[in-house]
Write a protein that binds this ligand. Structure first.
Ligand code: NDP
Length: 256
């Protein structure tokens, strides 16, 4: 009974930005829990190769969709393509994101716009498009990927923090609008994980040591450590959990 609560057999999932990094690990976890998963990114070759690797590793059913999450028409066409084959996804993970680092006074406005479009508008666009089908069906799970920066600021990334703070209130707004339709929208907020996005930080010995020192767990996270919380939020185990943020950060946001 308890194990079946977490089973995703018969469910379909779209994980944006799953061609590498955190999204790739999350997609792998959903596949292992029994879901069929759409692997996504902009780079077609990268998404196809990720899908092939995940299909082989897990034995699960994968498809590929490539579209830019910042472009409303591309999102519409991309989700329509998925719906034609698998119907509206049961699970949507809004994970695609970017990072830019510059001191506040020098931050280019073009980078501000890129960050807002990729990290926040994307969750609105893909969320809205997929939620229409979820509302018709009367069920669905939306998981928006936040960050420790949803709650804690740091120098040189004010616009990124603003987008991740925005993810929390977008999630609560989705909960308010979509909860009555049997849909749960929650956020999963990772601490520091070594990926393409954090490569410069991993390579910076001083910063890397600061992460370990600042985190009660005493180290960076490993992407597979996000899977347990994701499967919980994607499965029936969380049917009465809505509008919440789960920090998977080794305790970083709990302490100063
Ligand atoms: P990566 O850079 O490793 O992966 C980003 C993914 O997003 C890629 O698949 C990329 O594919 C896709 N992507 C980026 N822009 C777009 C776009 N415009 N349209 C479609 N797809 C896009 O990053 P991470 O795995 O590290 O990050 C994933 C999420 O986790 C982000 O939201 C990030 O903010 C968040 N996060 C990461 C943390 C970390 O420590 N790594 C900590 C906290 C949060 P492609 O380039 O082919 O489009």
């Amino acid at each position: 009974m308890v194990v079946s609560l977490f089973s995703l057999e018969g469910r379909t999932a779209l994980v944006t930005g799953s061609s590498r990094g955190i999204g790739y690990a999350l997609a792998g976890g959903l596949l292992e829990a029994g879901a069929r998963v759409v692997i996504h990114g902009r780079d077609v070759a990268a998404a196809e190769s990720a899908a092939a690797r995940l299909g082989e590793l897990t034995g699960g059913e994968v498809r590929v969709a490539t579209f830019d999450v910042t472009d409303p028409e591309a999102v519409d066409a991309g989700v329509a393509g998925i719906e034609e084959v698998w119907g509206t996804p049961d699970i949507l993970v809004n994970n695609a994101g970017i990072q830019r680092r510059t001191t506040f006074v020098d931050f280019p406005v073009s980078d501000w716009h890129d960050l807002v479009a990729t990290n926040l508008t994307s969750a609105f666009l893909v969320g809205q498009r997929v939620a229409r089908g979820m509302v018709t069906r009367g069920s669905g799970k939306i998981i928006n990927i936040g960050s420790v920066q949803s709650r804690l600021a740091r120098a040189n990334i004010a616009p990124y923090s603003a987008t991740k703070g925005g993810i929390v209130m977008l999630t609560q707004g989705m909960c308010a609008d979509l909860g009555p339709h049997g849909i749960q929208a929650n956020a999963l907020a990772p601490g520091y994980f070594a990926t393409e996005l954090t490569r410069a930080l991993v390579d910076d010995a001083e910063f890397s040591a600061w992460v370990a020192q600042r985190t009660p767990a005493g180290r960076w996270g490993q992407v597979h450590e996000l899977v347990g919380a994701l499967v919980f939020l994607a499965s029936s185990a969380s049917d009465f959990v809505n509008g919440q943020v789960i920090y998977v950060d080794g305790g970083m946001t709990a302490v100063i």
